[in-house]
Design a protein around this ligand. Structure first.
Ligand code: ADP
Ligand code: MG
Length: 327
């Protein structure tokens, strides 16, 4: 498998200023040293509570914000070296709330055709044909072309947003909470559509959600993020069968078990996440962790091997998985 996207020690720190003098009051470490690889054609999930830095990471990948540290390579080339228009064609984003991401004054036809118009692709007639084909691809009737966003249901709006994202034939689609604003019954349909499109069009997804159940349905691998850091990375199957990081365990506890005969060990997520403005020292999860040890309060754990996962080493940033002394 070849790497489509590589993130190396990526960081984004926001300096917050305030007061009458506008002095810097602190630094929010929104993304704090993330390394990840997305292989061509795969679907990688990014999961974590609200505020852990998922959307910031998405914006960094799309080159919408500058990096404070680290490197991002797309198709082997640093994203800062890509011509902006070319990067825009190759990477697209689908957002949580299609109502605010779709221009209310534009018809569905104009919304879906807009990227083709901006990038001056094809003749007017070709763009029209392409737009209708895109609507078909996302399961919308051609008659929807003349409607406006307020005349559509939430699920239909998200389909329009997906059609627009696909217009330029991107290699990578970053989906940021694409179903979080939808009713549960509609969520399933949109997830099925996204899954089907990925295999049909050979897309690569970075799929962001705060909901491990959603990510588990659509992703092959999952990265668990906590206060700006990836704390566990594993195949979706392995992570859901046996999460290794206590935070991943707690996220899984919130996921309902479909089989009532099967009991999962409940491990409640305790308290609120600490402020990224003043993160705790050591492992940022330690104030909430039921297994906290002395070292957790002092040092952020490196990636420890926690076993094998489809032939590869499984990694978790957790002192519980440190090799015993003398190993
Ligand atoms: P998520 O998408 O996981 O909910 P975000 O990436 O939106 O998280 O935010 C991560 C952290 O960075 C939050 O504490 C948020 O308040 C902060 N943050 C995000 N964008 C900015 C910004 N432009 N300026 C200052 N702080 C920001
Ligand atoms: Mg977000």
């Amino acid at each position: 498998m070849s790497a489509l996207l590589e993130l190396m020690d990526v960081a984004r720190h926001y300096r917050i200023s305030g007061g009458v003098l506008g002095l810097t009051q602190g630094t929010v470490r929104a993304v704090d040293g993330v390394s990840l690889t997305l292989n061509a054609g795969e679907s990688l999930g990014l999961v974590g509570e609200s505020g852990c830095g998922k959307s910031t990471l998405a914006r960094l990948i799309l080159g919408l914000e500058p990096l404070d540290a680290g490197t991002i390579r797309f198709q082997g080339r640093d994203i800062t070296e890509w011509p902006e228009t070319e990067l825009r064609r190759q990477m697209q984003m689908v957002f949580q709330d299609p109502y605010s991401s779709l221009n209310p004054r534009m018809s569905v036809r104009a919304i879906v055709a807009e990227p083709l118009t901006i990038h001056k692709i094809g003749t007017r007639a070709e763009r029209k044909a392409k737009t209708l084909a895109l609507l078909g691809t996302v399961g919308l009737d051609a008659e929807m072309a003349g409607r406006y966003p307020h005349q559509l249901s939430g699920g239909q709006r998200q389909r329009v947003a997906v059609a627009r994202a696909l217009a330029l034939g991107p290699a990578l689609v970053v989906c940021d909470e694409p179903v979080s604003a939808l009713d549960v019954s509609i969520q399933a349909q949109v997830l099925l559509l996204l899954q089907d499109l990925r295999t049909r069009l050979g897309l690569t997804y970075l799929f962001i959600s705060h909901d491990l159940a959603v990510v588990g349905q659509i992703c092959e691998r999952i990265a668990v993020m906590y206060l700006g850091k990836v704390v566990e990375l594993a195949s979706a199957e392995a992570l859901i069968r046996e999460p290794k990081h206590p935070y991943a365990k707690a996220l899984l506890s919130a996921v309902p078990v479909p089989d009532p005969g099967h009991q999962r060990v409940r491990e409640q997520l305790r308290g609120e996440p600490p402020s990224p403005l003043d993160p705790p020292p050591g492992c940022p999860y330690h104030p909430r962790c039921p297994y906290v040890m002395d070292i957790c309060c002092r040092e952020f754990p490196p990636a420890f091997e926690t076993g094998q996962d489809t032939g590869e080493a499984r990694l978790a940033h957790c002192w519980l998985h440190a090799p015993a002394k003398g190993d």
